[in-house]
Design a protein around this ligand. Sequence first.
Ligand code: NAP
Length: 286
Amino acid sequence: MSANILKGAAVAAALNEKTIEKCNFLKAKGTEPCLAIVRLGNRGDDIAYEKGILKRCEALGVKAERILLPEDMDENELINEIERLNGDKSIHGILVFMPLPAHINEKKVREAIAPHKDVDGVTSSSAAAVYTGSGVGFCPCTADAVMEILKFYGVEMAGKKAAVFGRSLVIGKPAAMLLMEQNATVTICHSRSAEPEKIAQDADIIVAAVGKAAALGKEYFRRGQTVIDVGINFNAEGKMCGDVDFSAAEGIVSAITPVPGGVGAVTTAVLLKHTVEAAEKYGDKS
Ligand code: NAP
């Protein structure tokens, strides 16, 4: 029997509906939610992501301000630009496309973003907010998207075993934390984990965020599992694919997200949800 395909579009549509409602309410009260998008240079994947965000902003009524900067920009000038955005009361969220060019200290730039405008969850203040459950900041959008999918499709998490593959600060670690918050028992696997197949087989929920095409093959799966594939990779034929061998897993597990059309479809909806929440919570705070 093949798995239930957990499409991201339905999840995004439900999130967008609430975002539109909240956005209209704020506009009626005189606050127009606005996202600043900072892009250095002209990387193809940044441009594609930006295009998707701008399209969504227009559809939802969220204002977007693009800040296009040269790839060889000086680090201090970039930080000054971010500080200018921090001080602009009409901007509620700041997204800086990463990775940044090698001559720029990415950590310094991330930390320059005001926590109450950090809608992509890249500052240590946001990380602290995720780990402590309080404070100023937002959860990284992709980790939040994983949770929105699980909740939307009614996947039970309390008391279940979850295996998260990947321990990055933007996906693996926060996703593990959010799963634990939902009372799942979580194991985090990384590139040096021993017997990852056994850990995966033992789990009810698998989140794959390793960044390698088809890294999780059929030996990782068993019947009854829910698999969330965060990966965005390209196979030898140049076709987009996830971290899970989809054709192998689909015939084994109970439910799985597709790539494309899974987590990626929800990430932008979460970004705009965070932007409107930032406008709602912090309004005209500079
Ligand atoms: P990352 O920073 O490169 O981290 C990858 C993690 O995977 C590392 O912790 C690494 O372990 C671990 N890993 C590597 N090979 C492994 C293996 N065979 N088994 C278990 N763990 C392994 O990547 P990321 O930024 O978290 O992104 C992960 C994936 O998500 C990428 O494909 C990226 O393109 C995708 N992504 C998707 C979205 C979306 O909206 N869908 C958004 C952002 C990113 P070590 O720590 O030991 O090196």
